[in-house]
Design a protein around this ligand. Structure first.
Ligand code: NAI
Ligand code: OAA
Length: 328
């Protein structure tokens, strides 16, 4: 019999949590043959709502769901975790940038890093969704010295998926015909969605689109500011699409990316593409054997270089800010 995988989800009673848990329990995170045990971590005020969600999970009678436990203590919540989805954090409101959440949310990820370090399983994989995601991942990582650094990642898959849809809309192609888009840098308005290595139906995307003004004035800002546009329209930040991207990220990390194509994830830099080592930056990545690799050897043109550098500079500023706050 296959051993169940322990999946800890923080912020389980929040909007993203509600969209995420049912998909994990139905097998979409790890695959149709992998049983799961859910560990829901909330703050004390969130526990009652998490209990309600747990009741609904029971009512779905998912065949793969082998248990649900609810915690308000991080050390208990992460004990034995194989996968940790760090969602719980305050979302931004209208008019805020994600970086404005650094002080409010930064304090969450140090204690959670320590708790992961204390008791997570040896194969723990961490995805940080709570904003500012890249720097929160850095904080958690810095507080978990016994866990290999590369197990800490942050989510830019939602940006990647947004870019895929925008490019499909412009070119009239199906999303499934597009390969090898990249999100570089920070999950913020400085992120750089790069189509210069992407193909549409096997042809270079930049050639198919052939519209530099659209790229500069529409595509890049639409993708980079989509989170704010959703907040404006919905009155709350993206939830189902964020949960969907978290599923995609962990699914590909564990099960591998399809042959011949890459995706985007924020992972610790090894210095590739001039991104200072250690920053948790979005790169073009593949996954094999359960580990992410940065796609090597891509030509970076001047247009892309300037945009990657700007986003990476912001990541370095955020790192310095949390250093200043004593969080790393
Ligand atoms: N990386 C990305 O692409 C995206 C990130 N986000 C971020 O995800 C985070 C969560 O968003 P929502 O679910 O919409 O927020 P929400 O406010 O609906 O839910 C957050 C939940 O986290 C809980 N929480 C707060 N502190 C906690 C702690 N220390 N431990 C455990 N739980 C805690 C709260 O009680 C609440 O139930 C926000 O920071 C948001 O900005 C949202 C969309 C996309
Ligand atoms: O924009 C926000 O605050 C939520 C988020 O990260 C996104 O939707 O990309």
């Amino acid at each position: 019999m296959t051993q169940p995988v322990n999946v800890t989800v923080t912020g389980a009673a929040g909007q993203i949590g509600y969209a995420l848990l049912f998909r994990i329990a139905s097998g979409q995170l790890l695959g149709p043959d992998t049983p799961v045990k859910l560990r829901l971590l909330e703050i004390p005020q969130g526990v009652k709502a998490a209990e309600g969600t747990a009741m609904e999970l029971e009512d779905c009678a998912f065949g793969l769901l082998e248990g649900i436990d609810i915690f308000d203590d991080p050390t208990a919540g992460f004990a034995g975790a194989n996968v940790a989805l760090l969602v719980g954090a305050r979302p931004r409101g209208a008019g805020m940038e994600r970086g404005d959440l650094l002080e409010a949310n930064g304090g969450i990820f140090g204690p959670q890093g320590k708790a992961l370090n204390a008791g997570a399983a040896d194969d723990i994989r961490v995805l940080v969704v709570g904003n500012p995601a890249n720097t929160n991942a850095l904080i958690a990582q810095a507080n978990a010295p016994d866990i290999p650094a590369e197990r800490f990642t942050a989510m830019t898959r939602l940006d990647h998926n947004r870019a895929l849809s925008q490019l499909a809309g412009k070119s009239g192609a199906a999303v499934s015909e597009i390969r090898n888009l990249t999100i570089w840098g920070n999950h913020s308005a400085t992120q750089y969605p790069d189509i210069f290595h992407a193909t549409i139906g096997g042809r270079p995307a930049a050639e198919v689109v052939d519209d530099q003004a659209w790229l500069v004035d529409t595509f890049i800002p639409t993708v980079a500011k989509r989170g704010a546009a959703i907040i404006e329209a919905r009155g709350a930040s993206s939830a189902a699409s964020a949960a969907n991207a978290a599923i995609d990220h962990v699914h590909d990390w564990v099960n591998g990316t399809p042959e011949g194509s890459w995706t985007s994830a924020a992972i610790p830099s090894d210095g590739s593409y001039g991104v200072p080592e250690g920053l948790i930056s979005s790169f073009p990545v593949t996954s094999t054997g359960g580990a992410w690799q940065i796609v090597q050897g891509l030509d970076v043109n001047e247009f892309s270089r300037a945009r990657i550098d700007a986003s990476v500079a912001e990541l370095a500023e955020e790192r310095d800010a949390v250093k200043g706050l004593g969080l790393i």
